[in-house]
Design a binder for this molecule. Structure first.
Ligand code: SF4
Length: 191
């Protein structure tokens, strides 16, 4: 998936949080590492096309029925160099990254660095989050930088009872929705 065209403002320009969401951060994003549970290069099961899937370690949401409770602990997993991970993805010939978890937005600094580095290398970025898009917009600049470097966000908490059994496992539960943060178009909108 190519990087999305940024066709409109992410934020309400009249809000207190007024800033250009695609501006580079004014300080270093990270020490260059990400806490990762697993990386798999070349999967077709984590979104459209051939992708690198990155399972973030740690999740503070802890949805009922989550299939990955072993990813809850933020002190688990492996400290992984972001640049090295992206170069491995490029070498694997994938068209993009899928960021899953765990909760990617529990590591906003490292997540933003990973997503922006991937985009700079021509990779698309899909991120899954148990947080809703609107709540992420109310967060810090690192979270907004992460959103700005995300081509497609699948947002909302997991609810096992509303999941479609015939859907691919990477498809969001029906309570979740997909949104392109840079043009703010949401599919499967909530009522
Ligand atoms: S946000 Fe994702 S990883 Fe976290 S508890 Fe919910 S389903 Fe599990």
């Amino acid at each position: 998936m190519p990087a999305a065209q940024r066709t409109g403002p992410l934020l309400d320009a009249s809000s207190d949080e007024q800033r250009d969401p695609v501006s580079p951060p004014t300080r270093p994003l990270t020490d260059g590492h990400l806490q990762v549970a697993r990386v798999f290069h070349g999967t077709t099961a984590e979104g459209p096309g051939l992708r690198t899937a990155v399972w973030f370690q740690g999740c503070s949401i802890q949805c009922k029925g989550c299939i990955n409770p072993h990813l809850f602990n933020p002190r688990g997993g492996t400290r992984t160099p972001i640049a090295e991970l992206v170069e491995q993805a490029v070498a694997a010939g994938v068209e993009g990254l899928t960021l899953i978890g765990g909760e990617p937005f529990d590591q906003p600094v490292s997540g933003a660095a990973l997503a922006s580095t991937a985009q700079e290398r021509g990779l698309g970025v899909i991120a899954f989050s148990g947080y809703e898009y609107e709540s992420l917009l109310d967060r810090d600049d690192d979270t907004k930088a992460f959103l700005a470097a995300t081509d497609l966000l699948v947002d909302g908490p997991y609810q096992a009872e509303t999941r479609k059994p015939t859907a691919p496992w990477w498809a969001p539960a029906t309570n979740a929705s997909s949104i392109s943060p840079n043009d703010t178009k949401r599919t499967n909108p909530r009522p």
